[in-house]
Design a protein around this ligand. Structure first.
Ligand code: SAH
Ligand code: SF4
Ligand code: F3S
Length: 469
C-alpha cells in the first residue's frame, strides 16, 4: 500500500525528469471480462481514460457501455470542486449496491481524488470494498496494480505523491477518429491559492518536442483532422526543460506537420508571450480560439488568488490578442464568491465582462479545497449571495455569447463535421472559432472540414447550411 501525502505533493525539486518507456508483460488478465469507465473532470482526465481503456484492452478486457453489467468498473475522478467529489461518491454508493449483489464485481478508483489524503482516508475506513486505487502519477502501472489486487484478492492502493518521470508510449484508444488530445505538459507550478491541481498533478514537466511532433505526425497519417495540445498551463511549455524552446517553437513545429487544425488549452495569461500571438496569427492551421481564464475582474481578488496579473494587465493582453488576431474568439473561466469578495469586487468582474464580451465563459462558485491556501482564508460571503452573483454573471455572459454568434450570421465558416447530433438528428460540428453548429447534410461529410453558411444564431450554438460554392 502506498498512500498520498500532501507535504510531499507540495514539494517542487530541481530533480531532473527522465523519460521512461511504457512496457507491460502482463497479458490475459481480462480475457472474457468486460469493463466500464466513468470519467469526471477536464480534458486531461478524458485523455487519461483513453490511455486506461487501451491498457485494459491490452489485458483482454472488452468495453461495455453499461456499468451495471460490467465485470470491472473504474471511476476516473476529479477534485476541482466539491460537486465533482459528490458525483464520484454518489456513483460509489450505486456501485456498493451492485457489489452486494455481485461479489465478483471489480471496482477501481483513480484520477485526482485518489491523490487527496482526505479521500484516501475515507476509502480506508468507509469504502473497504473497493478493489484497487491508483493516482495520476502511476497510471502506467495499472496492469500491475490490477494483477496484485486480483491475485491476492485484497484491496490494492498505490498512490505516489511525487510525480516522478514522464512515461512515453502508453497505449491509447482514442474516442474520436478525427480529433485527438495530445499532452504537452504535465502538472502545474502556479499554485493559485484556490486550486488543488498542483497537489493532484505534481510538478510542471514538459514532454520533449520530438515526442509531441512524432505523435502528431502519426495522427496526420491516421487521417486525424484536429489536435488539442493539453496542459494545465500550456504557455509554460518548455520552461522546465532549458532546451531553449517554448510554446512558440512548439506551435510552429506542430503547425508544420500539416495537421489541419491545432487547438491548445489552457493558457495562463502570465506566460502568454507576444511571440505566441504572432505564431497563432501567422499559421492558418492554428485555430483562432483562445481560452484565457481571468477568474476575477478585481485586482485585489486576483492578488488573493495568486494569479500574478492585475485586471489592467489582463485587459492589455486581451486587446493585444484581439488586435493581432481580429477574428479570434476568446473564452474564459470566472470564479464568484472567492473569500472576502465584496459587491464592488464582483461589479468589477461584471465591468470586465462588459469590456471583453467573451465568446464563451465557464463560471463557478468558489469551492474551498482541502489543503489549499485559500481554504484557510475567512469566508464571509454567504452561499445565497454567491448564488445570486453567479446568476447575475451568467445572465450577462449569455448576452455576449448570443451577440458574438449573431455577428456570424450570413458568413461562411469552416466546420469540422463530427457526426449526427443525437438530439436533433442532423449534422453537427465545430467552427474554427470553436462554436457548435448544426446543419442538414449527407453523412458522407462526417470527418471532413467543409464550408457552412451560418443562417441563425442561438446563445450556445449556430444553425447553418452547407455552402456548396
Ligand atoms: N489550469 C487552468 C484551470 C484548470 S481548472 C487555468 O489556470 O486556467 C478549471 C477552472 O476551474 C479554473 O480556471 C477555475 O475557474 C475553476 N476552479 C479551479 N479551482 C476552483 C475552486 N476551488 N472553486 C471554484 N472553481 C475553481
Ligand atoms: Fe490551478 Fe492555477 Fe495551475 Fe490553473 S494555473 S491548474 S488554476 S494552480
Ligand atoms: Fe479535475 Fe484533476 Fe482535471 S482536479 S479538472 S481532473 S486536473
Amino acid at each position: 500500500m502506498k498512500l498520498p501525502n500532501y507535504v510531499e505533493a507540495r514539494k517542487r525539486t530541481k530533480d531532473k525528469v527522465e523519460i521512461e518507456h511504457y512496457s507491460n508483460d502482463i497479458k490475459d488478465l481480462g480475457i472474457g471480462k468486460t469493463y466500464h469507465i466513468k470519467t469526471y473532470g477536464c480534458q486531461m482526465n478524458e485523455h487519461d481514460s483513453e490511455n486506461i481503456k487501451a491498457m485494459l484492452e491490452e489485458l483482454g478486457f472488452t468495453y461495455n457501455d453499461d456499468y451495471q453489467t460490467s465485470d470491472l468498473v473504474l471511476l476516473n475522478t476529479c477534485s476541482i470542486r466539491e460537486n465533482a467529489h459528490n458525483k464520484a461518491f454518489g456513483m460509489l454508493g450505486r456501485l456498493k449496491h451492485l457489489k452486494e449483489e455481485n461479489h465478483n464485481l471489480i471496482v477501481g478508483l483513480c484520477g485526482c481524488m485518489a491523490q487527496e489524503e482526505g479521500v484516501i482516508n475515507e476509502i480506508l475506513t468507509k469504502y473497504k470494498w473497493i478493489n484497487f486505487v491508483f493516482g495520476t502519477h502511476n497510471l502506467y502501472r495499472l496492469p500491475y496494480i490490477l494483477k496484485e489486487a486480483l491475485d491476492k484478492n485484497e484491496r490494492e492502493i498505490e498512490v505516489f505523491s511525487r510525480e516522478g518521470n514522464i512515461v512515453e508510449g502508453i497505449p491509447v484508444k482514442r474516442d474520436s477518429k478525427y480529433k485527438a488530445y495530445v499532452n504537452i505538459i504535465y502538472g502545474c507550478d502556479k499554485f493559485c491559492t484556490y486550486c488543488i491541481v498542483p497537489f493532484t498533478r505534481g510538478k510542471q514537466r514538459s514532454r520533449l518536442k520530438e515526442d509531441i511532433v512524432r505523435e502528431v505526425e502519426e495522427l496526420v497519417k491516421d487521417g486525424y483532422k484536429e489536435v488539442t495540445l493539453l496542459g494545465q498551463n500550456v504557455n509554460a511549455y518548455g520552461k522546465d526543460l532549458s532546451l531553449g524552446y517554448g510554446m512558440e517553437e512548439l506551435l510552429e513545429e506542430v503547425s508544420k506537420t500539416g495537421i489541419p487544425r491545432i487547438r491548445f488549452v489552457t493558457s495562463h495569461p502570465w506566460d502568454f508571450t507576444d511571440g505566441m500571438i504572432d505564431v497563432i496569427a501567422k499559421y492558418k492551421n492554428i485555430m483562432p480560439a483562445i481560452h484565457l481564464p481571468v477568474q476575477s475582474g478585481s485586482s485585489r481578488i486576483l492578488k488573493l488568488m495568486g494569479r500574478r496579473y492585475t485586471k489592467e494587465e489582463y485587459l492589455t493582453l486581451f486587446h493585444k490578442i484581439k488586435e493581432r488576431i481580429p477574428n479570434a474568439s476568446i473564452s474564459t473561466d470566472i470564479i464568484v464568491g472567492f473569500p472576502s469578495e465584496t459587491e464592488e469586487d464582483f461589479k468589477e468582474t461584471l465591468d470586465l465582462v462588459n469590456e471583453c464580451k467573451f465568446d464563451n465563459a465557464f463560471t463557478f462558485i468558489y469551492s474551498p479545497r482541502e489543503n489549499t491556501a485559500a481554504a484557510r482564508l475567512k469566508d464571509e460571503v454567504t452561499l445565497a449571495e454567491k448564488e445570486e452573483r453567479l446568476h447575475e454573471l451568467n445572465d450577462l455572459v449569455n448576452i455576449y455569447f448570443k451577440e458574438n454568434n449573431d455577428k456570424l450570421v450570413g458568413t461562411t465558416v469552416p466546420v469540422l463535421v463530427e457526426g449526427v447530433s443525437e438530439k436533433k438528428g442532423i449534422l453537427f460540428g465545430y467552427t474554427d472559432t470553436n462554436k457548435l453548429i448544426n446543419f442538414e447534410g449527407d453523412s458522407s461529410v462526417i470527418g471532413k472540414i467543409i464550408d457552412v453558411k451560418v443562417t441563425s444564431a442561438k446563445t450556445w450554438s449556430l444553425d447553418g447550411e452547407i455552402d456548396e460554392r
